[in-house]
Design a protein around this ligand. Sequence first.
Ligand code: C5P
Length: 233
Amino acid sequence: MSDPKIIIALDFPSAEPALELAERLQPSLCRLKVGKELFTSTGTKLLEQLMRRGFEIFLDLKFHDIPNTTAQACKAAASLGVWMVNVHALGGRKMLEAASEAIAKSKQQPKLIAVTILTSMAQQDLAEIGISATLAEMVLRLAALARDSGLDGVVCSAQEAALLRKHYGKEFCLVTPGIRPAQANLDDQSRVMTPQAAMQAGANYLVIGRPITQAVDPLQALLDINKEIGVMQ
Ligand code: C5P
């Protein structure tokens, strides 16, 4: 498979369980997401170990800083050879353009995507920080800003995917967490969609953690999900 759709969230506190899981998976069937916890505790060494095993990495560090600092962080991430990096769209146009330019100038060019509004935020959380627009308006507004600033796409809930796909066309990359196979435990996710429904809604890539990482047989869980979304393997 040349473009695996499943990005497995390696939400682990240290390198050992992450490498143990990677040993049980195959790079042709999935990509791996390394976030703030794992990266802070393991640094670039783990990324190198995972990439040496053939895995492509989504480095989920959600940069959000002044334009120059964000651009330099994106440049540094690009030089690591990761497949995808992200920033917060709330950093604004100047920051997004600086990030996008830094990636464009890099030798290796990861996909650059934006987080719009964190899905942990509800309407009253926006009101508390002085934003009176609705959540949906903010997601659309920030997705447009990301696209206009040269980014490849956004992280969004699967519920938002259809609307974003309709507004921003088929080239815009939609990465959706909050995915649960029909029979799976919801854990702490509340608004979930099945892998198949999320793909039908227009998602390009599905971020999936516990339904695979906590499965008795992670490879089988991954194979089942790939089968559900119609990926030949
Ligand atoms: O285990 P689970 O499938 O819920 O993991 C989902 C992953 O996606 C976690 O790494 C989580 O931090 C991330 N994520 C999310 N919702 C967002 C953005 C990221 O669940 N809006």
